[in-house]
Ligand binder design. Sequence first.
Ligand SMILES: [Cu+2]
Length: 166
Amino acid sequence: MELSCAWRISLARSGEAAQPVSQDQTAMAETFGEVEANGTVIEIRMYTEAPDGSGALHVFTPRLVMARVGDTINFLPTEPTHLSASIPGMLPDGVEGWEGVLNEPVNYVIPKEGVYGYKCSPHYGAGMVGLIVVDGGGENAEVAKAQRHPGRANREFADIFAEAGL
Ligand SMILES: [Cu+2]
């Protein structure tokens, strides 16, 4: 049975804990074991112009993070016109992912080991993408690497996977 993971996804103001959006926590616990937030928060900022002076446009910073199950990923709309949304085909099996709203933060508690690819939907083709590697990458790394993307996102993901050693 396909179980919804939507309860662990929330859109919240920066600094607020993620809140469940449904009551299906018992079923999720059976699927993924202990997946409550462990208190570790990893911030990923969304920029129109990279803060490192490189001149790169439309970036997540950092674009690659190593995380553990239970960590909270906090996407911050540091500059406007951006969002974070997971990419279908770049999530571990059974994980539903997240879909952010323009100019709003996303708090996402990592439910399972594996790799999580995501994009800024308006700037996907411009290469505004990123990757979360959880507990070494797990079973879906090869499937995620094989995904094809619009425009500059292919090159960007190739660079990110190489940086991750996957
Ligand atoms: Cu963007």
